[in-house]
Design a protein around this ligand. Structure first.
Ligand code: ARG
Length: 442
């Protein structure tokens, strides 16, 4: 068969595991020396050789291609230090080795992504603090519903990111378990010390079943799922940016560098970055589907299908990191257009619920109150009026229970500030949210 080597190989993508592969091998060799499976002088030679390869790779040297990264490093080691290099692979297999590498790789990425999420949250909180006096319409079904603080809206995303961080750190508990020492599938008869390797590599513990250990990729599925939810959240925020920056809404401004013009329509400023982030979510979901499909129906233990796990893990990681970088920068340049948001609160009868609540407080059953206010709103639509431009006499035609104080109740600022329940949109509640979330951002 032509191209067989290339077909079964994974070097074209798993070269990215070089660093963690060497870290894992050094710990393995240290353990082999400690347990006297390997002599200390052999161990030293191997470790020195591995360190020199690692340094060269860091300096941009290209490791010669082999079937996969594990063979490439072993071959290079033997080339540099002689046949003693071949002793490195005692008491292990590529199966437990690759599972270890992937865990080390994902662990590092989880920590990086948590850091990026913290930075993104800080930027959003900073914007929320700057927008504490800006009122905008809150929506359901993208129909104007009730007035809210713009800060409140931004903070909703900060809480999503908080859950994303929590999910990543929870996933880390399952990632940070060491499979090395499971060998090909059955464990090994060498008197190895797995716990020592776990300690060296800072894993929380070692896996309990060698068959499960070499075939388990649940942690990778879980990791990409968590990244998929991050993609969902970034996509939702991007959608809002697209809508809010439209001429029709005009609620926000973002720096021109995050937009582009049109080749034929000179007036256009398209929110490309937000659109691309929204679109990139598709890639990450695709990675999740790929990962789930790869592991589905595999008999125990290792199967070569598992080699296909790395491209989706790498792609989802790269995509999320890139999107987080761009959206964090974009949100640094973000500001609300106060005039426009406030103007929008005048449309859409945002006070309607308040009038119904007002009547309900006067012992009118809420259902009846709801229907009275529906009539009032219909009247406003017909006569082209707003709820605050109606006279008290006009109100009284719908319910004699409506008094002059109604105007205090339907003042947009008062409506917002009355929403004092925990998690509500009043300035007081929002300030409390800011204090609380700040404690979660490192
Ligand atoms: N390149 C392989 C992978 O990524 C390494 C493990 C190979 N193991 C085997 N039994 N052929 O999964």
């Amino acid at each position: 068969m032509k191209n067989f080597e290339q077909f079964i190989g994974s070097f074209s993508f798993d070269w990215r595991l070089a660093k963690v592969d060497i870290i894992g091998s050094i710990a393995h060799v240290q353990m082999l020396v400690k347990t006297k499976i390997l002599s200390s002088s052999d161990g030293k030679k191997i470790i020195k050789g591995l360190q020199s390869i690692s340094k060269d790779i860091e300096n941009g040297w290209k490791l010669p291609k082999q079937e996969d990264i594990h063979y490439a490093i072993e071959k290079e080691l033997i080339k540099r230090i002689g046949t003693v290099g071949g002793k490195m692979h005692t008491a292990r297999s590529r199966n437990d080795q690759v599972a270890t590498d992937l865990r080390l790789y994902i662990r590092k990425e989880i920590n990086d992504i948590v850091k990026m999420l913290n930075q993104f949250q800080s930027v959003l909180v900073n914007n929320a603090e700057k927008s504490l006096d800006i009122i905008m319409p809150g929506y359901t079904h993208l129909q104007p519903a009730q007035p809210i603080l713009a800060s409140h809206h931004l903070l909703a995303y900060v809480w999503m990111m908080q859950r994303d961080k929590e999910r990543l750190l929870d996933c880390l508990k399952r990632v940070n378990i060491l499979p090395l020492g499971s060998a090909a599938l059955a464990g090994t008869s060498f008197k190895i010390d797995r716990n020592y390797v776990a300690k060296l590599l800072e894993f929380d513990k070692v896996t309990d079943n060698s068959l499960d250990a070499v075939s388990d990729r649940d942690f990778a599925c879980e990791y990409i799922f968590v990244l998929s939810l991050i993609a969902v959240h970034l996509s939702k925020l991007s959608e809002e940016i697209v809508v809010w920056s439209s001429v029709e809404f005009g609620f926000i401004k973002i720096d021109d560098v995050f937009t582009s013009g049109s080749s034929i329509m000179p007036q256009k400023r398209n929110p490309d970055c937000a659109e691309i982030i929204r679109g990139k979510s598709g890639r990450v979901f695709g990675d999740l589907m790929a990962m789930l499909t790869i592991v589905k129906g595999l008999p125990l233990a290792y199967n070569r299908d598992l080699q296909e796990d790395k491209p989706p893990v790498f792609d989802a990681t790269d995509t999320i990191k890139l999107c987080l970088e761009v959206i964090t920068d974009m949100m640094k340049s973000f500001s609300f257009n106060k005039e426009k948001t406030v103007k929008s609160t005048e449309k859409g009868f945002l006070q309607a619920t308040e009038i119904a609540d007002y009547l309900a407080r006067k012992s009118i059953p809420f259902r009846t109150a709801h229907s009275i206010v529906k009539d009032i709103v219909n009247f406003c639509i017909k006569s082209n009026k707003t709820l605050d431009s109606l006279s008290i006499n006009e109100y009284k035609k719908f319910s004699k229970n409506i008094e002059k104080d109604i105007f205090r109740f339907i003042n947009i600022g008062n409506i917002v500030n009355a929403k004092n329940s925990i998690g509500g949109t009043s300035k007081k509640s929002v300030l409390k949210q800011i204090t609380d979330i700040k404690k979660c951002i490192k």
